[in-house]
Design a protein around this ligand. Structure first.
Ligand code: AMP
Length: 304
């Protein structure tokens, strides 16, 4: 495995069908599932590791975002990554702030876009740069960030970028908590309280799998479960269409039911995707680990 810092080096190493997995590092099984899919489907696997300042709407969140290149390199190597691209801010943004920014206003008016002003301008811009600079054939993203996945698919379509975008299921810890690098900041009590988020979504998934297409009812189920836990402040829970991220009152096309909440001082997001199935719709609840997550292992334990 090679670690490089420039797009030029990445392109020189590309060979055959190249898969790119963009990450902000501090890897867990959510990232690993994307790396393993890339390993299976491609000849050459590139993982980018860049904590993108342009997508952080709060300076404090950027400052404290967990970073550990040694730990990430050990996990990536085990997952079969060929090249890590770990650019500095100067390589990613030769001019700061950049003059060119990619915006998708219609798709980012609700959900995370409404609560994190400018966030998706940063995401769309950095993903466009990663695709242009690393030139992969396939790029892998998680359904965990549902609005982000929709935004990436739309920008690839609208800018005619020659890349296939794959969106893969959310990986959850054994008790249902969606894996996130930010989970390391949860106190044990807050981590326990946070379980109402996935529990609420799973209860809504039961109703949807039972034939309900009422988005309001699904949101109410989530609100009910979450409100049983006073330590969790729900910011929003809403249903939106998967392709254009427009609000949906009834499930008539593939959708996703998303939420964001503050647990202690940690902001978490989660969702279930609702896919078309023969005769109706089916909820994608994600995949649960059957063992503790590597997220809580230190660098020396990871490489052991
Ligand atoms: P991040 O490092 O958080 O920017 O995430 C990098 C990629 O991993 C994004 O495409 C995320 O959607 C994806 N990802 C993050 N957490 C999960 C998860 N729990 N399950 C699946 N994919 C995930």
């Amino acid at each position: 495995m090679m670690i490089v810092t420039t797009f030029r080096e990445v392109r020189q190493l590309n060979r055959g069908r190249t898969g790119l997995v963009p990450t902000m590092g501090f890897l867990h099984e959510g990232h690993i599932s994307l790396l393993e899919a890339a390993r299976t489907e491609c000849d050459h696997v590139v993982m980018s590791l860049f904590v993108n300042p342009l997508q952080f709407d709060e300076a404090e969140d950027l400052r404290r975002y967990p970073r550990d290149l040694e730990r990430d390199a050990a996990i990536a190597e085990q997952a079969g990554v060929d090249v890590i691209l770990a650019p500095g801010v100067g390589e990613m943004y030769p001019k700061w702030p950049p003059d060119t920014v990619v915006k998708l206003p219609a798709m980012t008016a609700m959900l995370e876009g409404a609560f994190r002003p400018g966030h998706f301008d940063g995401v769309a811009t950095v993903v466009t740069k990663l695709l242009a600079g690393a030139q992969p054939d396939v790029a892998y993203f998680g359904r965990k960030d549902g609005q982000q996945l929709a935004v990436v698919k739309a920008l690839v379509r609208d800018l005619s970028l020659p890349v296939d975008v794959r969106g893969l299921p959310t990986i959850r810890e054994r008790d249902g908590l969606a894996l996130s690098s930010r989970n390391v900041f949860l106190s044990p009590e807050d981590r326990g309280a946070a379980l109402v988020l996935s529990a609420g979504l799973m209860a809504a998934a039961d109703a949807i799998d039972g034939g309900s297409i009422d988005a309001g009812a699904a949101c109410a189920i989530v609100r009910d479960v979450v409100s049983s836990q006073p330590g969790v402040q729900l910011e929003y829970v809403e249903m939106a269409a998967q392709d254009d991220v427009q609000s949906a009152d009834t499930i008539e096309r593939p959708a996703f039911l998303s939420l964001a909440a503050k647990v202690g001082d940690v902001r978490l997001i989660d969702n279930i995707h609702i896919d078309a199935a023969p005769g109706g719709f089916v909820a994608d609840r994600g995949v649960r680990l059957d063992r503790p997550s590597v997220l809580y292992a230190a660098a020396d334990e990871v490489s052991a």
